[in-house]
Design a protein around this ligand. Structure first.
Ligand SMILES: Cc1ncc(COP(=O)(O)O)c(C=O)c1O
Length: 389
């Protein structure tokens, strides 16, 4: 049985007519940059997330870069980021010649360890970028509290987490000063190419970012500030507007798939329960835990953009799964403090044990909504064969 890491075709086929019509409508109009589809998408997502302002941009990476530019981050400023995330989270900081300051992750959630942030704050610190990794909220309460104590901006990297909720029920990306989202095709809400979105409740920041999205022009061809081309394509917005009403049901299916995985791993004897952090004879596979999932509510709503296990002999398992036609991926093999491009920061590897453990043992399994029960069971029992045969 073949189980790809992600198969986008069933989702497209289920909405083919609406999507094709939306694309044709844009093609017929011959209007391809921003326009009413982008404005409507912004309004619809602002309503969905319950935030005042949303701004469609060219990618999740550009959402982060534009946020830092709008906050006036300067060369030499420090920005605190988790050491374990997709490269863009730290890359945007370095691109402005500011200094990314790395913090280890929490071993349960894989998100920035809020308790380790304060010791990294200096007189040069200007902002914190918590990442809601894999689709689960970071510990926003503590982060926002620290930020207000030290007068820092909070930019939420919600690229993987559209629709995820913090434990108080607020959507991620609406809690800090700015939220950044990605519509990369693999995301729960994925476009037909690159795209992203910025959210904020701050009217002044919204206005600055809106101008900076289009080279800082206001009015056209008059520039008080320098921006860039951070615009979202009309075609992407038209496709995303068709998909948005289905986002909740897709995320819910991912959550159900995560529960099925957990149950099959426990049934198979590879794991004892969720949230175990050390390997032993009863836990060959460490299962992800949505914190507070014991509460019978939608609080701390994890949208499972990725379902991540931690395993021993990970790299051999990857080879074995590939040989058996099962897709998997390592998100991420190298934390920022170990990246060659950041060696100039001279970080101490021993300071980041949880990120190092994650980098050496994490493995993403297929979790997309259309996956069926048989496929999930097959993945788990193929992994069992690897360890016990
Ligand atoms: C955590 C995180 N931040 C930022 C990004 C960048 O988004 P994009 O690929 O749309 O530029 C991604 C995308 O993969 C991501 O996962």
């Amino acid at each position: 049985m073949k189980v790809p890491l992600l198969d986008l075709k069933p989702q497209y086929l289920s909405l083919k007519k609406e999507i094709d019509d939306a694309v044709q409508r844009v093609v017929d109009s011959q209007y391809f940059i921003l326009g009413s589809d982008v404005t409507k998408l912004e309004e619809e997502i602002a309503e969905y997330l319950k935030v005042k302002f949303a701004l469609g941009v060219s990618s999740g990476t550009d959402a982060l870069l534009l946020s830092l530019m709008a906050l006036g981050i300067q060369p030499g400023d420090e920005v605190i980021v988790p050491t374990y995330s997709f490269f863009a989270t730290a890359g945007v900081v370095a691109r402005l010649n500011a200094k990314p300051v790395f913090v280890d992750i929490d071993p349960v959630t894989f998100n920035i360890s809020a308790d380790l942030i304060e010791e990294k704050i200096s007189s040069r610190t200007k902002a914190i970028i918590p990442v809601h990794l894999y689709g689960q909220s970071a510990e926003m309460g503590k982060i926002v509290e620290l930020a207000s104590k030290y007068n820092l901006a909070v930019i939420e990297d919600a690229a993987q987490a559209i629709g995820a909720q913090y434990k108080d029920g607020r959507c991620v990306g609406t809690i800090g000063d700015i939220g950044c989202f990605s519509f990369f095709p693999t995301k729960n809400l994925g476009g037909f190419g690159d795209g992203g979105l910025i959210t904020t409740n701050n009217e002044k920041l919204y206005h600055i970012m809106k101008i900076m999205r289009n080279h800082g022009a206001e009015p056209k061809y008059y520039h008080k500030i320098v921006g860039g081309n951070f615009r979202l394509d009309t075609l992407q917005a038209a496709v995303l507007r068709v998909k948005l009403p289905h986002l909740n049901s897709w995320s819910e299916k991912r959550r159900q798939n995560a529960i099925k995985y957990n149950n099959y791993f426990i049934e198979s004897g590879l794991s004892e329960k969720v949230g175990v952090l050390k390997f032993d004879s009863k836990n060959k596979v460490l299962l992800p835990k949505a914190v507070y999932s014991h509460l019978e509510s939608i609080l701390n709503y994890h949208i499972y953009n990725q379902y991540i296990i931690r395993v021993e002999k990970r790299d051999q398992l990857v080879e074995y799964l590939k040989k058996n036609d099962i897709g998997c991926e390592i998100y991420y093999p190298v934390p920022f403090h170990r990246q060659a491009c950041f060696s100039y920061l001279k970080n101490n590897d021993g300071e980041f044990p949880n990120a190092n453990f994650a980098a050496e043992h994490s493995l993403a399994l297929p979790i997309y909504p259309e996956l069926n029960d048989e496929q999930i069971k097959h993945v788990v029992y193929t992994i069992k064969k690897f360890y016990f045969e």
